[in-house]
Design a protein around this ligand. Structure first.
Ligand code: S3P
Length: 182
């Protein structure tokens, strides 16, 4: 490396962002394998560190506790150099998380149509926000959440329309987008 050259962000960490059910973990794992990079999933790291499920964290300690813990986890995991990192669906809500994401790598929004996401997440008992938002009007509540969050997801460096694509195709698209961005 030429001394003094700053590492382009496309060669730094890769952050996968998107709504619940976007396949951040599945795609992240495949992408990391293909690029020969380390893979981290912040939800999994939180579960490991606290020894309880995300549902239990929300129930026993509250959402604010989870969000604070998540922000700390993002700071820690961002210390990696060239990792692939899957973030929880709500990580984009905090400006402090964006600061870390933007300064340590490239962010990719895995964008899906709402119907696809709903089909994947409805009835998932492991997702506390899904549980909370499913009442008689549950479906609308989840749609509302996605609409509310869309502008945050769209802050990503790369927005990838994933509809009708298989994980392997998405991985290839990501790799092409990264190469184009160099
Ligand atoms: C959340 C998404 C979840 C998890 C937590 C909160 C959210 O992650 O971090 O339940 O606010 O969208 P996934 O996006 O991996 O399901």
């Amino acid at each position: 490396m030429i001394s003094g050259r700053r590492t382009p962000k496309y060669e730094k960490n890769i952050y996968l962002i998107g709504f619940m059910g976007a396949g951040k973990s599945t795609i992240g794992e495949l992408l990391a394998k293909k690029l020969n990079r380390k893979f981290f999933d912040t939800d999994d790291l939180i579960i490991k560190e606290l020894g309880i499920s995300i549902s239990q964290i929300f129930l026993e300690r509250g959402e604010l506790y989870f969000r604070d813990f998540e922000s700390n986890m993002i700071k820690n995991v961002a210390k990696n150099i060239q990792a692939v990192i899957a973030l929880g669906g709500g990580a984009i809500l905090r400006q402090e998380n964006w600061k870390v994401i933007k300064s340590s790598g490239v962010s990719i929004y895995l964008k899906w149509n709402i119907q696809t996401l709903l089909a994947r997440i409805l009835g998932d008992q492991e997702r506390p926000l899904v549980k909370q938002k499913i009442g008689p009007s549950g479906k609308n509540e989840i749609e509302r959440l996605l609409v509310e969050r869309e502008p945050f997801y769209e802050r990503a460096d790369i927005i990838l329309d994933c509809d009708k694509m298989e994980p392997a195709q998405i991985v290839n698209k990501i790799i092409s987008a990264l190469q184009e961005g160099k």
